[in-house]
Design a protein around this ligand. Structure first.
Ligand SMILES: NC(=O)c1ccc[n+]([C@@H]2O[C@H](COP(=O)([O-])OP(=O)(O)OC[C@H]3O[C@@H](n4cnc5c(N)ncnc54)[C@H](OP(=O)(O)O)[C@@H]3O)[C@@H](O)[C@H]2O)c1
Length: 250
């Protein structure tokens, strides 16, 4: 029987592929038969992702997507795509009363403006084929819940959710589907105590609030992405796929 979840014959661009969730998605896409274009800034870590991937014909695209020049170079280099996963992103904890425009602009640049402008360029250059699937990695934050200091980050993720609704309508005539994935906390370098986003005790207390008593793993999110990129989800567009170990139930 044909596997509806197969990505055989598909070419997929994954941003943020040098780390965490993006790395997990790239590895899972390759396992399901796709050729993957890996985008990130850190060449060594992109090569590390590549070394974890099965199959051949994958390509590393190193560069800062906040630069318009880099985005143009990336789009010039890539072949026609069957799927795109916009996963590159940063987090930020900042109280509203101390918010500075420069840091707000910084997080909006990485999490919203760069992926949206890359998407515009890919569409203008007709790099996204008919019947493709586009995924934006959002978050539970800003859409389903929040915490003090997450206003800026949550606002960027809510912005993606709003954008996707319209994009899904705009591209439906070409059979191109657009969805968001909203993960709860996932074990990645974004979470590391050294980043200062969370302290050790705070992280453990938060873990215990998850009904399934664990944070997500990059593979958990990668399996959602495989579903949305594959023909198994061919009637799904404009949706927000929540995956959070039951956290938002309470
Ligand atoms: N971890 C979680 O709990 C969680 C939960 C919900 C949603 N998310 C979202 O999931 C996505 C991935 O998060 P993660 O936890 O996997 O983070 P991560 O391990 O820190 O990885 C972030 C990725 O984004 C790339 N990136 C950041 N800025 C970039 C830029 N200007 N140009 C190109 N690439 C850039 C990084 O590239 P380099 O390392 O090469 O610089 C890296 O590959 C983010 O959008 C995040 O908001 C994460």
């Amino acid at each position: 029987m044909e596997n509806p979840f197969s990505l055989e014959g598909k070419c997929i661009l994954v941003t943020g592929a040098s780390s965490g969730i993006g790395r997990g998605i790239a590895v899972a896409c390759a396992k399901m038969g796709a050729k993957v274009l890996l985008s990130g800034r850190n060449e060594a870590r992109l090569q590390e992702t590549l070394s974890l991937m099965s199959g051949d014909g994958h390509t590393v695209l190193c560069g800062d997507l906040n630069s318009e020049e880099t985005r143009k170079e990336v789009v010039e280099k890539i072949p026609d795509l069957n799927g795109v996963v916009y996963c590159a992103g940063i987090s930020q904890i900042q109280m509203a009363k101390r918010m500075e425009q420069s840091s707000l602009e910084g997080i909006f640049q990485t999490n919203v403006f760069s992926p949206l402008m890359l998407n515009t360029l890919l569409l203008k250059k007709k790099k996204i084929k008919k019947d493709s699937s586009i995924i934006f990695i959002s978050s539970i934050s800003g859409v389903y819940r929040s915490q003090i200091g997450e206003g800026g980050y949550g606002a960027t993720k809510a912005a993606l959710t709003g954008y996707v609704k319209s994009l899904a309508l705009e591209l439906a005539a070409q059979g191109i589907r657009v969805n968001t994935i909203h993960p709860g906390v996932v074990e990645t370098p974004l979470l590391e105590v050294s980043n200062g986003t969370f302290g050790e005790e705070e992280l453990e207390a938060l873990r215990q609030k998850y009904p399934l008593k664990r944070f997500g793993k990059p593979e958990d999110i990668a399996h959602c992405a495989v579903y949305l990129l594959s023909d198994a989800s061919s009637w799904m567009t404009g949706s927000n796929l929540l995956i959070d170990g039951g956290f938002t139930l309470k």
